[in-house]
Design a protein around this ligand. Sequence first.
Ligand code: NDP
Length: 446
Amino acid sequence: MPETQQKALSWGRQGTAGWKDVIGSLLPLALCPFMPILFELALDQYQGNIWKAAMAFLKNPVQLFNLFSGKPFWKAGQLYVFWYVLNVALYLFFPGKYCKGQLTPAGHLLEYYVNGFQVWVLTILAFFGCAYIGLFPLTIIADYWAPMLLWLNVFGYTLTGFAYVKAHLFPTHPDDNKFSGSFLYDLCMGIEFNPRIGKWFDFKLFHNGRPGINAWCLINISFAAKQYQTYGFVTNSMIIVNLLQALYVGDFFYNESWYTRTIDICHDHFGYYLAWGDLVWLPQMYTLQAHYLATHPVVLSTPAVVLLLGMGCLGYYIFRGANHQKDAFRAAKGKCNIWGRPAKFLEAPFTTADGQHHVSQLLYSGFWGLAHHFNYVGDLLMSSAYCLAAGLTGLADGLPYFYIVYMTALLVHRIIRDQGRLSAKYGPVWDKYCKLVPWKLCPYLW
Ligand code: NDP
Protein backbone atom coordinates (compact mmCIF):
# COMPACT_ATOMS: atom_id res chain seq x y z
CA MET A 1 0.00 0.00 0.00
CA PRO A 2 1.43 3.45 -0.88
CA GLU A 3 2.58 5.46 2.14
CA THR A 4 0.03 8.29 1.73
CA GLN A 5 -2.82 5.79 1.61
CA GLN A 6 -1.54 3.98 4.71
CA LYS A 7 -1.38 7.32 6.51
CA ALA A 8 -4.84 8.27 5.30
CA LEU A 9 -6.40 5.10 6.71
CA SER A 10 -5.64 6.35 10.21
CA TRP A 11 -7.09 9.86 10.18
CA GLY A 12 -9.53 9.18 13.02
CA ARG A 13 -8.34 9.33 16.64
CA GLN A 14 -5.05 7.52 16.99
CA GLY A 15 -3.56 4.57 18.87
CA THR A 16 -3.05 3.91 22.54
CA ALA A 17 -2.94 6.49 25.32
CA GLY A 18 0.43 7.36 26.88
CA TRP A 19 0.95 8.40 30.51
CA LYS A 20 0.52 12.08 29.63
CA ASP A 21 -2.89 11.32 28.11
CA VAL A 22 -3.87 9.38 31.22
CA ILE A 23 -2.87 12.23 33.55
CA GLY A 24 -4.51 14.67 31.17
CA SER A 25 -7.74 12.67 31.61
CA LEU A 26 -7.49 12.18 35.36
CA LEU A 27 -7.10 15.90 36.07
CA PRO A 28 -10.33 17.08 34.39
CA LEU A 29 -12.27 14.08 35.72
CA ALA A 30 -11.20 14.84 39.28
CA LEU A 31 -10.90 18.64 39.27
CA CYS A 32 -13.35 20.07 36.75
CA PRO A 33 -16.49 19.56 38.87
CA PHE A 34 -15.01 21.92 41.48
CA MET A 35 -14.57 24.79 39.06
CA PRO A 36 -18.22 25.63 38.33
CA ILE A 37 -18.93 25.23 42.06
CA LEU A 38 -15.99 27.47 42.97
CA PHE A 39 -17.33 30.13 40.61
CA GLU A 40 -20.73 29.79 42.26
CA LEU A 41 -19.08 30.20 45.68
CA ALA A 42 -17.42 33.39 44.42
CA LEU A 43 -20.80 34.74 43.30
CA ASP A 44 -22.64 33.65 46.43
CA GLN A 45 -20.16 34.57 49.15
CA TYR A 46 -17.25 36.60 47.73
CA GLN A 47 -19.04 39.37 45.79
CA GLY A 48 -18.15 37.74 42.47
CA ASN A 49 -14.42 37.93 43.15
CA ILE A 50 -12.85 34.71 41.91
CA TRP A 51 -9.43 35.43 43.46
CA LYS A 52 -10.86 35.77 46.98
CA ALA A 53 -12.99 32.65 46.53
CA ALA A 54 -9.99 30.66 45.28
CA MET A 55 -7.85 31.75 48.23
CA ALA A 56 -10.61 30.87 50.68
CA PHE A 57 -11.09 27.50 49.00
CA LEU A 58 -7.37 26.71 49.22
CA LYS A 59 -7.40 27.50 52.95
CA ASN A 60 -10.51 25.43 53.62
CA PRO A 61 -11.74 23.28 50.72
CA VAL A 62 -14.71 21.95 52.72
CA GLN A 63 -16.39 25.35 52.63
CA LEU A 64 -17.21 24.72 48.99
CA PHE A 65 -19.97 22.42 50.18
CA ASN A 66 -21.38 25.00 52.63
CA LEU A 67 -22.72 26.64 49.52
CA PHE A 68 -25.41 23.99 49.33
CA SER A 69 -26.49 23.75 52.95
CA GLY A 70 -30.14 24.64 53.46
CA LYS A 71 -30.73 24.93 49.69
CA PRO A 72 -33.79 23.24 48.08
CA PHE A 73 -31.88 20.26 46.69
CA TRP A 74 -34.86 18.00 45.84
CA LYS A 75 -36.95 20.73 44.27
CA ALA A 76 -33.98 21.71 42.09
CA GLY A 77 -33.64 18.04 41.10
CA GLN A 78 -37.29 17.82 40.09
CA LEU A 79 -36.92 20.96 37.98
CA TYR A 80 -33.87 19.60 36.21
CA VAL A 81 -35.43 16.19 35.53
CA PHE A 82 -38.47 18.00 34.09
CA TRP A 83 -36.21 20.13 31.87
CA TYR A 84 -34.23 17.13 30.64
CA VAL A 85 -37.32 15.01 29.85
CA LEU A 86 -39.03 17.98 28.17
CA ASN A 87 -36.01 18.44 25.93
CA VAL A 88 -35.88 14.74 25.01
CA ALA A 89 -39.58 14.86 24.05
CA LEU A 90 -39.21 18.06 22.01
CA TYR A 91 -36.05 16.83 20.31
CA LEU A 92 -37.72 13.60 19.20
CA PHE A 93 -41.25 14.69 18.45
CA PHE A 94 -41.44 18.40 17.60
CA PRO A 95 -41.70 19.07 13.84
CA GLY A 96 -38.32 19.35 12.14
CA LYS A 97 -36.35 18.29 9.08
CA TYR A 98 -33.69 15.77 8.18
CA CYS A 99 -30.10 16.50 7.19
CA LYS A 100 -26.90 14.61 6.52
CA GLY A 101 -23.73 14.86 8.60
CA GLN A 102 -20.25 14.05 7.33
CA LEU A 103 -18.42 10.80 6.58
CA THR A 104 -17.01 9.19 9.72
CA PRO A 105 -13.53 7.61 9.67
CA ALA A 106 -15.20 4.19 9.24
CA GLY A 107 -17.24 5.48 6.30
CA HIS A 108 -20.72 6.06 7.79
CA LEU A 109 -22.79 9.00 6.61
CA LEU A 110 -25.37 9.65 9.32
CA GLU A 111 -28.72 11.33 8.99
CA TYR A 112 -29.88 13.76 11.71
CA TYR A 113 -33.26 15.08 12.75
CA VAL A 114 -33.03 18.82 13.43
CA ASN A 115 -35.67 21.06 14.98
CA GLY A 116 -33.57 23.19 17.34
CA PHE A 117 -34.75 26.62 16.23
CA GLN A 118 -38.47 25.87 16.67
CA VAL A 119 -37.79 24.24 20.04
CA TRP A 120 -35.64 27.18 21.18
CA VAL A 121 -38.31 29.76 20.26
CA LEU A 122 -41.03 27.63 21.83
CA THR A 123 -39.23 27.17 25.14
CA ILE A 124 -38.45 30.89 25.45
CA LEU A 125 -42.07 31.82 24.73
CA ALA A 126 -43.29 29.12 27.13
CA PHE A 127 -40.92 30.43 29.84
CA PHE A 128 -42.33 33.96 29.55
CA GLY A 129 -45.88 32.59 29.21
CA CYS A 130 -45.63 30.49 32.40
CA ALA A 131 -44.21 33.46 34.30
CA TYR A 132 -46.99 35.69 32.96
CA ILE A 133 -49.78 33.39 34.18
CA GLY A 134 -48.03 33.04 37.54
CA LEU A 135 -46.93 29.40 37.30
CA PHE A 136 -43.43 30.40 38.41
CA PRO A 137 -41.40 33.62 38.52
CA LEU A 138 -38.82 34.44 35.81
CA THR A 139 -36.21 34.26 38.57
CA ILE A 140 -36.86 30.53 39.08
CA ILE A 141 -33.57 29.41 37.50
CA ALA A 142 -31.52 32.01 39.38
CA ASP A 143 -33.27 31.07 42.63
CA TYR A 144 -32.45 27.37 42.27
CA TRP A 145 -29.09 27.73 40.58
CA ALA A 146 -26.76 26.56 43.38
CA PRO A 147 -28.52 23.23 44.11
CA MET A 148 -29.14 22.83 40.37
CA LEU A 149 -25.35 22.76 39.88
CA LEU A 150 -25.15 19.61 41.97
CA TRP A 151 -27.79 17.98 39.81
CA LEU A 152 -26.01 18.99 36.64
CA ASN A 153 -22.97 17.16 37.98
CA VAL A 154 -25.04 14.08 38.87
CA PHE A 155 -26.38 13.98 35.32
CA GLY A 156 -22.98 14.77 33.79
CA TYR A 157 -21.23 11.89 35.55
CA THR A 158 -24.12 9.46 35.02
CA LEU A 159 -24.11 10.21 31.31
CA THR A 160 -20.33 9.75 31.17
CA GLY A 161 -20.63 6.33 32.85
CA PHE A 162 -23.54 5.33 30.63
CA ALA A 163 -21.64 6.30 27.47
CA TYR A 164 -18.67 4.19 28.61
CA VAL A 165 -20.82 1.12 29.36
CA LYS A 166 -22.85 1.54 26.19
CA ALA A 167 -19.68 1.63 24.09
CA HIS A 168 -18.75 -1.80 25.47
CA LEU A 169 -22.16 -3.46 25.58
CA PHE A 170 -24.24 -2.05 22.74
CA PRO A 171 -22.30 0.40 20.56
CA THR A 172 -24.12 2.00 17.65
CA HIS A 173 -21.30 1.80 15.07
CA PRO A 174 -18.65 -0.55 16.53
CA ASP A 175 -16.30 0.05 13.58
CA ASP A 176 -16.01 3.71 14.61
CA ASN A 177 -15.19 2.87 18.27
CA LYS A 178 -11.72 3.85 19.47
CA PHE A 179 -10.17 2.06 22.47
CA SER A 180 -7.03 3.67 23.82
CA GLY A 181 -6.01 0.91 26.25
CA SER A 182 -6.56 3.29 29.18
CA PHE A 183 -9.78 3.23 31.20
CA LEU A 184 -9.36 6.87 32.21
CA TYR A 185 -8.63 8.13 28.72
CA ASP A 186 -11.58 6.19 27.25
CA LEU A 187 -13.86 7.52 29.97
CA CYS A 188 -12.71 11.10 29.42
CA MET A 189 -12.38 11.32 25.64
CA GLY A 190 -14.98 8.69 24.77
CA ILE A 191 -15.02 5.46 22.83
CA GLU A 192 -18.10 5.70 20.64
CA PHE A 193 -18.08 8.19 17.83
CA ASN A 194 -21.81 8.63 17.27
CA PRO A 195 -23.69 6.88 20.07
CA ARG A 196 -27.40 6.67 19.43
CA ILE A 197 -30.49 5.06 20.89
CA GLY A 198 -32.75 3.98 18.07
CA LYS A 199 -32.35 5.72 14.77
CA TRP A 200 -32.81 9.34 15.86
CA PHE A 201 -31.70 9.90 19.45
CA ASP A 202 -28.18 11.13 18.77
CA PHE A 203 -26.20 11.65 21.99
CA LYS A 204 -23.87 14.29 20.62
CA LEU A 205 -26.45 16.45 18.87
CA PHE A 206 -28.94 16.18 21.72
CA HIS A 207 -26.63 16.74 24.66
CA ASN A 208 -24.63 19.52 23.11
CA GLY A 209 -27.65 21.42 21.92
CA ARG A 210 -30.60 20.77 24.12
CA PRO A 211 -30.27 20.59 27.91
CA GLY A 212 -27.33 23.03 27.81
CA ILE A 213 -27.50 25.46 24.90
CA ASN A 214 -31.30 25.54 24.92
CA ALA A 215 -31.10 26.60 28.57
CA TRP A 216 -28.48 29.32 27.92
CA CYS A 217 -30.91 32.16 27.10
CA LEU A 218 -33.37 31.08 29.81
CA ILE A 219 -30.59 31.27 32.39
CA ASN A 220 -29.62 34.74 31.15
CA ILE A 221 -33.23 35.93 31.22
CA SER A 222 -33.66 34.55 34.72
CA PHE A 223 -30.59 36.42 36.00
CA ALA A 224 -31.78 39.60 34.28
CA ALA A 225 -35.08 39.17 36.15
CA LYS A 226 -33.09 38.65 39.35
CA GLN A 227 -31.30 41.95 38.77
CA TYR A 228 -34.66 43.62 38.27
CA GLN A 229 -36.07 42.00 41.41
CA THR A 230 -33.08 43.16 43.47
CA TYR A 231 -32.50 46.67 42.10
CA GLY A 232 -35.72 47.59 40.32
CA PHE A 233 -33.98 48.05 36.94
CA VAL A 234 -32.14 46.08 34.25
CA THR A 235 -28.81 47.59 33.19
CA ASN A 236 -27.71 48.16 29.61
CA SER A 237 -24.77 45.78 30.21
CA MET A 238 -27.22 42.99 31.13
CA ILE A 239 -29.27 43.73 28.01
CA ILE A 240 -26.14 43.61 25.81
CA VAL A 241 -25.11 40.24 27.26
CA ASN A 242 -28.64 38.86 26.79
CA LEU A 243 -28.93 40.19 23.22
CA LEU A 244 -25.51 39.13 21.94
CA GLN A 245 -25.71 35.67 23.48
CA ALA A 246 -29.27 35.22 22.15
CA LEU A 247 -27.92 36.08 18.69
CA TYR A 248 -25.24 33.40 19.06
CA VAL A 249 -27.63 30.76 20.41
CA GLY A 250 -30.36 31.59 17.89
CA ASP A 251 -27.81 31.30 15.10
CA PHE A 252 -26.65 27.94 16.44
CA PHE A 253 -30.16 26.52 16.33
CA TYR A 254 -31.12 28.20 13.05
CA ASN A 255 -28.05 26.55 11.49
CA GLU A 256 -28.31 23.28 13.38
CA SER A 257 -27.76 21.19 10.25
CA TRP A 258 -24.45 23.08 9.72
CA TYR A 259 -23.49 22.13 13.26
CA THR A 260 -23.65 18.41 12.31
CA ARG A 261 -20.66 19.11 10.03
CA THR A 262 -18.45 20.82 12.65
CA ILE A 263 -15.61 19.38 14.75
CA ASP A 264 -17.78 18.56 17.80
CA ILE A 265 -19.94 16.23 15.76
CA CYS A 266 -17.53 15.13 13.03
CA HIS A 267 -14.39 14.43 15.00
CA ASP A 268 -14.87 14.10 18.77
CA HIS A 269 -15.80 10.84 20.45
CA PHE A 270 -18.50 10.94 23.12
CA GLY A 271 -17.06 10.75 26.63
CA TYR A 272 -16.77 12.91 29.74
CA TYR A 273 -15.31 15.78 27.69
CA LEU A 274 -18.58 16.22 25.77
CA ALA A 275 -21.07 14.65 28.22
CA TRP A 276 -20.03 16.56 31.34
CA GLY A 277 -18.96 19.58 29.30
CA ASP A 278 -22.38 19.91 27.67
CA LEU A 279 -24.41 19.29 30.80
CA VAL A 280 -22.40 21.14 33.46
CA TRP A 281 -19.63 23.34 32.10
CA LEU A 282 -21.64 25.00 29.39
CA PRO A 283 -24.70 26.14 31.38
CA GLN A 284 -22.56 27.46 34.25
CA MET A 285 -19.42 28.84 32.63
CA TYR A 286 -21.01 30.25 29.46
CA THR A 287 -23.53 32.29 31.46
CA LEU A 288 -21.15 33.80 34.03
CA GLN A 289 -21.62 37.37 32.81
CA ALA A 290 -25.37 37.34 33.47
CA HIS A 291 -24.80 35.69 36.89
CA TYR A 292 -22.29 38.36 37.78
CA LEU A 293 -24.28 41.33 36.49
CA ALA A 294 -27.36 40.20 38.42
CA THR A 295 -25.63 41.21 41.66
CA HIS A 296 -23.12 43.74 40.24
CA PRO A 297 -25.13 46.09 38.05
CA VAL A 298 -22.82 47.82 35.58
CA VAL A 299 -24.18 50.84 33.70
CA LEU A 300 -22.18 51.46 30.53
CA SER A 301 -21.71 54.83 28.84
CA THR A 302 -23.27 55.31 25.41
CA PRO A 303 -19.88 55.07 23.57
CA ALA A 304 -19.18 51.83 25.45
CA VAL A 305 -22.57 50.43 24.43
CA VAL A 306 -21.93 51.34 20.79
CA LEU A 307 -18.44 49.87 20.94
CA LEU A 308 -19.56 46.57 22.48
CA LEU A 309 -22.53 46.15 20.16
CA GLY A 310 -20.25 46.94 17.20
CA MET A 311 -17.67 44.45 18.40
CA GLY A 312 -20.32 41.77 18.95
CA CYS A 313 -21.90 42.34 15.53
CA LEU A 314 -18.52 42.37 13.75
CA GLY A 315 -17.65 39.12 15.54
CA TYR A 316 -20.97 37.62 14.52
CA TYR A 317 -20.46 38.72 10.89
CA ILE A 318 -17.05 37.00 10.74
CA PHE A 319 -18.27 33.91 12.63
CA ARG A 320 -21.36 33.36 10.48
CA GLY A 321 -19.76 34.57 7.23
CA ALA A 322 -16.79 32.21 7.49
CA ASN A 323 -18.82 29.21 8.63
CA HIS A 324 -21.44 29.72 5.96
CA GLN A 325 -18.77 30.21 3.31
CA LYS A 326 -17.20 26.83 4.03
CA ASP A 327 -20.52 25.03 4.34
CA ALA A 328 -21.89 26.42 1.04
CA PHE A 329 -18.54 25.79 -0.67
CA ARG A 330 -18.45 22.17 0.48
CA ALA A 331 -22.10 21.61 -0.54
CA ALA A 332 -21.30 22.95 -4.06
CA LYS A 333 -18.08 20.89 -4.17
CA GLY A 334 -16.17 24.07 -4.94
CA LYS A 335 -18.30 25.22 -7.86
CA CYS A 336 -19.37 28.55 -6.37
CA ASN A 337 -18.28 32.16 -6.08
CA ILE A 338 -16.53 33.46 -3.00
CA TRP A 339 -16.58 37.23 -2.50
CA GLY A 340 -17.66 37.60 -6.15
CA ARG A 341 -14.96 35.41 -7.68
CA PRO A 342 -14.75 31.69 -8.45
CA ALA A 343 -13.67 29.81 -5.31
CA LYS A 344 -9.99 28.87 -5.16
CA PHE A 345 -9.48 25.39 -3.78
CA LEU A 346 -7.45 22.20 -3.73
CA GLU A 347 -8.90 18.78 -4.43
CA ALA A 348 -8.04 16.69 -1.36
CA PRO A 349 -8.32 12.89 -1.67
CA PHE A 350 -8.69 10.78 1.47
CA THR A 351 -9.55 7.21 2.39
CA THR A 352 -11.94 5.86 5.02
CA ALA A 353 -11.16 2.77 7.11
CA ASP A 354 -13.38 0.60 4.88
CA GLY A 355 -10.83 1.24 2.10
CA GLN A 356 -13.13 3.52 0.07
CA HIS A 357 -11.55 6.52 -1.64
CA HIS A 358 -13.21 9.94 -1.43
CA VAL A 359 -12.38 13.48 -2.45
CA SER A 360 -12.93 16.61 -0.42
CA GLN A 361 -12.06 20.25 -1.17
CA LEU A 362 -9.92 22.71 0.76
CA LEU A 363 -10.89 26.32 0.14
CA TYR A 364 -8.16 28.96 0.09
CA SER A 365 -10.03 32.12 -0.86
CA GLY A 366 -12.44 34.34 1.08
CA PHE A 367 -12.21 33.97 4.87
CA TRP A 368 -10.45 30.64 4.36
CA GLY A 369 -7.66 32.35 2.45
CA LEU A 370 -6.94 34.65 5.42
CA ALA A 371 -6.18 31.92 7.96
CA HIS A 372 -6.99 28.26 8.69
CA HIS A 373 -9.55 29.23 11.34
CA PHE A 374 -10.51 32.84 10.80
CA ASN A 375 -14.03 31.79 11.93
CA TYR A 376 -12.58 31.52 15.46
CA VAL A 377 -11.68 35.24 15.36
CA GLY A 378 -15.40 35.97 15.12
CA ASP A 379 -16.08 33.83 18.17
CA LEU A 380 -13.29 35.52 20.11
CA LEU A 381 -14.58 39.01 19.27
CA MET A 382 -18.08 38.10 20.41
CA SER A 383 -16.76 36.49 23.60
CA SER A 384 -14.69 39.62 24.34
CA ALA A 385 -17.79 41.80 23.96
CA TYR A 386 -19.73 39.68 26.51
CA CYS A 387 -16.88 39.94 29.02
CA LEU A 388 -16.23 43.65 28.52
CA ALA A 389 -19.89 44.30 29.34
CA ALA A 390 -18.92 43.59 32.97
CA GLY A 391 -16.67 46.67 32.87
CA LEU A 392 -13.57 47.37 34.95
CA THR A 393 -15.09 46.11 38.20
CA GLY A 394 -15.67 42.80 36.47
CA LEU A 395 -12.06 42.80 35.31
CA ALA A 396 -10.82 43.28 38.87
CA ASP A 397 -13.09 40.50 40.13
CA GLY A 398 -11.91 38.23 37.31
CA LEU A 399 -14.99 36.04 37.22
CA PRO A 400 -16.92 37.46 34.24
CA TYR A 401 -13.73 37.57 32.17
CA PHE A 402 -12.98 33.89 32.62
CA TYR A 403 -14.98 33.11 29.48
CA ILE A 404 -12.58 34.82 27.07
CA VAL A 405 -9.58 33.10 28.67
CA TYR A 406 -11.32 29.75 28.38
CA MET A 407 -12.51 30.32 24.78
CA THR A 408 -9.01 31.34 23.69
CA ALA A 409 -7.51 28.19 25.25
CA LEU A 410 -10.26 25.99 23.78
CA LEU A 411 -9.91 27.35 20.25
CA VAL A 412 -6.09 27.36 20.25
CA HIS A 413 -6.15 23.74 21.43
CA ARG A 414 -8.67 22.94 18.68
CA ILE A 415 -6.44 24.45 16.02
CA ILE A 416 -3.54 22.31 17.20
CA ARG A 417 -5.69 19.15 17.26
CA ASP A 418 -7.20 19.93 13.86
CA GLN A 419 -3.78 20.46 12.24
CA GLY A 420 -2.65 16.98 13.24
CA ARG A 421 -5.88 15.35 12.12
CA LEU A 422 -6.03 17.10 8.74
CA SER A 423 -2.39 16.41 8.06
CA ALA A 424 -3.10 12.69 8.63
CA LYS A 425 -6.27 12.83 6.55
CA TYR A 426 -5.02 14.76 3.51
CA GLY A 427 -1.21 14.26 3.68
CA PRO A 428 0.65 16.28 1.02
CA VAL A 429 -2.45 18.25 -0.04
CA TRP A 430 -2.71 19.60 3.49
CA ASP A 431 0.95 20.62 3.38
CA LYS A 432 0.28 22.46 0.12
CA TYR A 433 -2.73 24.21 1.67
CA CYS A 434 -0.55 25.31 4.60
CA LYS A 435 1.93 26.87 2.16
CA LEU A 436 -0.90 28.76 0.41
CA VAL A 437 -2.44 29.85 3.72
CA PRO A 438 0.37 30.15 6.27
CA TRP A 439 -1.65 31.74 9.13
CA LYS A 440 -3.49 29.52 11.59
CA LEU A 441 -5.80 31.95 13.40
CA CYS A 442 -5.27 35.50 12.19
CA PRO A 443 -2.90 37.05 9.60
CA TYR A 444 0.30 38.49 11.12
CA LEU A 445 -0.65 37.22 14.59
CA TRP A 446 -0.48 33.41 14.52
P1 NDP B 1 -14.36 24.55 11.72
O1 NDP B 1 -15.75 24.96 11.36
O2 NDP B 1 -13.27 25.50 11.41
O3 NDP B 1 -14.14 23.16 11.05
C1 NDP B 1 -12.88 22.62 10.86
C2 NDP B 1 -13.02 21.55 9.82
O4 NDP B 1 -13.36 22.14 8.56
C3 NDP B 1 -11.74 20.82 9.59
O5 NDP B 1 -11.60 19.77 10.51
C4 NDP B 1 -11.93 20.32 8.17
O6 NDP B 1 -12.79 19.19 8.21
C5 NDP B 1 -12.67 21.47 7.50
N1 NDP B 1 -11.77 22.43 6.91
C6 NDP B 1 -10.64 22.96 7.44
N2 NDP B 1 -10.07 23.84 6.59
C7 NDP B 1 -10.85 23.86 5.50
C8 NDP B 1 -10.79 24.57 4.26
N3 NDP B 1 -9.82 25.41 3.99
N4 NDP B 1 -11.76 24.36 3.34
C9 NDP B 1 -12.77 23.50 3.60
N5 NDP B 1 -12.88 22.80 4.75
C10 NDP B 1 -11.93 22.98 5.69
O7 NDP B 1 -14.20 24.23 13.27
P2 NDP B 1 -15.18 24.01 14.47
O8 NDP B 1 -16.12 22.92 14.17
O9 NDP B 1 -14.30 23.89 15.66
O10 NDP B 1 -15.94 25.39 14.63
C11 NDP B 1 -17.18 25.74 14.04
C12 NDP B 1 -17.62 27.06 14.68
O11 NDP B 1 -18.06 26.81 16.01
C13 NDP B 1 -16.50 28.09 14.76
O12 NDP B 1 -16.97 29.35 14.37
C14 NDP B 1 -16.12 28.10 16.21
O13 NDP B 1 -15.67 29.38 16.59
C15 NDP B 1 -17.40 27.69 16.90
N6 NDP B 1 -17.15 26.99 18.15
C16 NDP B 1 -17.73 27.47 19.28
C17 NDP B 1 -17.50 26.84 20.49
C18 NDP B 1 -18.14 27.36 21.71
O14 NDP B 1 -18.00 26.71 22.75
N7 NDP B 1 -18.79 28.50 21.69
C19 NDP B 1 -16.68 25.63 20.59
C20 NDP B 1 -16.13 25.23 19.35
C21 NDP B 1 -16.37 25.87 18.16
P3 NDP B 1 -12.80 18.03 7.10
O15 NDP B 1 -12.40 16.80 7.80
O16 NDP B 1 -14.24 18.01 6.67
O17 NDP B 1 -11.88 18.44 5.99
